[in-house]
Design a binder for this molecule. Structure first.
Ligand SMILES: [Zn+2]
Length: 338
């Protein structure tokens, strides 16, 4: 070791920091983000075995105890279409609300909105798909008709203080049509913005988003509507759900939708697997120094409980492996490596 080793290292480090800083100066991550837990809606809707109302409410309450403050808690969809969520009204009744908790519900049409307005919901989520084929599968009508329906719903909500969020399914790719023209997304996003919605979710219903698509889409929408809140909803179908979150963070997005234990899929999208997993997401955010306000250990406990309720292995990984410093008992040397 020579006398000038230390200054050399110091100058390398500071040069590295400087060049690193130049590269990353545009990339300051948000200090805090909001997680919207969608497990009891998006996650549960394709489960054929009915989960009892009390169990749903218990899970929601345990999530509130763990620090989750925003939910898509259920859906006011036709009970024939989604029997799993036929107890929407009762589930909301059983949630112990506290200050700052937002109970969002999905409402596919005017009837759903009417029911939601009679419930304890704080937020109504109105959705459509970005492409004709997915919208036809999902809502049985052309996109143009859905845009008119949303206009009517906005009118229906006019005198109610409830929050309203728009959601665009297959925003990053459609399983039937492939890439979605960005102009289409801009048009639909602009429609929600004009109608006074508070936020718009970009749904990656079948896991076709990539970091580049996320960046391009978010930047284009921001340029058109700088004040409009964007929420990102990724599925982990192709294994890069959390990578897309990181790109969302780098692009400054502060709201992410995820599902406890990674439960979920899409009944109308062949091969679509679960939403990104809430506890895996919270772990990532914790390790990146981004505050979600959620207690990871408490969350893992609820995820394990959900896995018991569902009765099969769910995709979440943190609940299996634990956080990285969740160490194992060394147990002494045994001398054999299998
Ligand atoms: Zn979804």
């Amino acid at each position: 070791m020579t006398d000038n080793a230390a200054p050399d290292i110091a100058s390398q480090v500071s040069a590295g920091t400087r060049s690193g800083h130049q590269e990353t100066s545009a990339v300051s991550l948000p200090d805090r983000v909001e997680i919207v837990e969608v497990g009891m809606r998006d996650g549960l809707q394709i489960e054929s075995e009915f989960v009892p109302t009390d169990t749903k409410a218990e899970i929601l309450n345990a999530l509130i105890d763990a620090g989750v403050r925003h939910f898509e808690a259920t859906s006011f969809v036709s009970p024939r279409a989604v029997p799993q969520l036929r107890d929407a009204q009762e589930v909301l009744e059983k949630v112990h609300k506290r200050a700052g908790v937002v109970l969002g519900v999905l409402a596919p049409n005017r009837k759903g909105v009417e029911n939601a307005l009679r419930s304890k919901a704080d937020e109504i989520v109105v959705f459509l798909s970005a492409t004709e084929s997915h919208n036809t599968k999902n809502l049985n009508r052309p996109v143009e008709q859905s845009l008119r329906d949303i206009e009517e719903i906005a009118e229906q909500l006019k005198d109610h203080p409830i929050k309203r969020k728009g959601a665009i399914a297959v925003a990053f790719g459609c399983p039937f049509e492939g890439d979605v023209d960005l102009e289409r997304i801009k048009t639909i996003f602009g429609h929600f913005a004009r109608l006074g919605f508070d936020a718009v979710t970009l749904g990656d219903t079948t896991g076709m988003a990539t970091p580049r698509l996320v960046r391009r889409t978010v930047e284009a929408l921001r340029a058109d509507h700088p004040g409009m809140k964007i929420s990102l909803h990724f599925h982990n179908t192709r294994g890069i759900g959390l990578v897309n979150v990181v790109e969302g963070l780098r692009a400054g997005v502060t709201s992410y939708e995820s599902s406890l234990a990674g439960l979920g899929g899409c009944p109308f999208a062949p091969g679509a697997t679960g939403n990104i997993c809430t506890e895996d997401l919270v772990y990532l955010l914790d390790e990146m120094g981004v505050d979600s306000g959620i207690d990871l250990r408490a969350l893992i406990n609820v995820a394990q409980r959900l896995e018991n309720v569902i009765g099969r292995n769910l995709p979440g990984q943190l609940m299996k492996a634990g956080p990285r410093l969740h160490l194992h008992d060394y147990g002494g040397a045994v001398g054999a490596v299998g």
